[in-house]
Ligand binder design. Sequence first.
Ligand code: SME
Length: 148
Amino acid sequence: MEKLKSEILNIIQSNTSKEKTLQDICEYLKKSVSHYDWVGFYFKNGSKNELKLAQFAGKLTEHTIIPFGKGICGQVAVSNETFLVSDVSEQANYISCGVEVKSELVVPIFKNNENIGQIDIDSHSVNAFNNEDVKLLEFICNEVTVIL
Ligand code: SME
């Protein structure tokens, strides 16, 4: 966990572009944590009440735009709270990105107290995430704001 955090800080402080930094974070997390099968950033799409997919690592998704309130991501956009889903099959308001996805963790990103986006992680295992994952992602969401 400490190694992951320090490597993420190195990436954030690497002084490349915002896009490359976010892409590097996605790829680093996906390759370093075996139960992270898809890692992506969604951000509020301008003044619209919808999320737009930014950088990600993992397979292509057709869900590049998600209206506020729809799916796990859209719910986090309005609740402002981390959403840990141990078993996606139990969620009625869920947008599937593939039958292989079994659990999901979405953590909001705040800048100047405003919910501007989120990190979304999918896993191919049921019950893949615990409080350590939540803490790691909340750490990243907090640190990454310096480049947003
Ligand atoms: N499952 C998400 C949609 C995004 S994909 O996981 C990449 C949701 O329900 O909002």
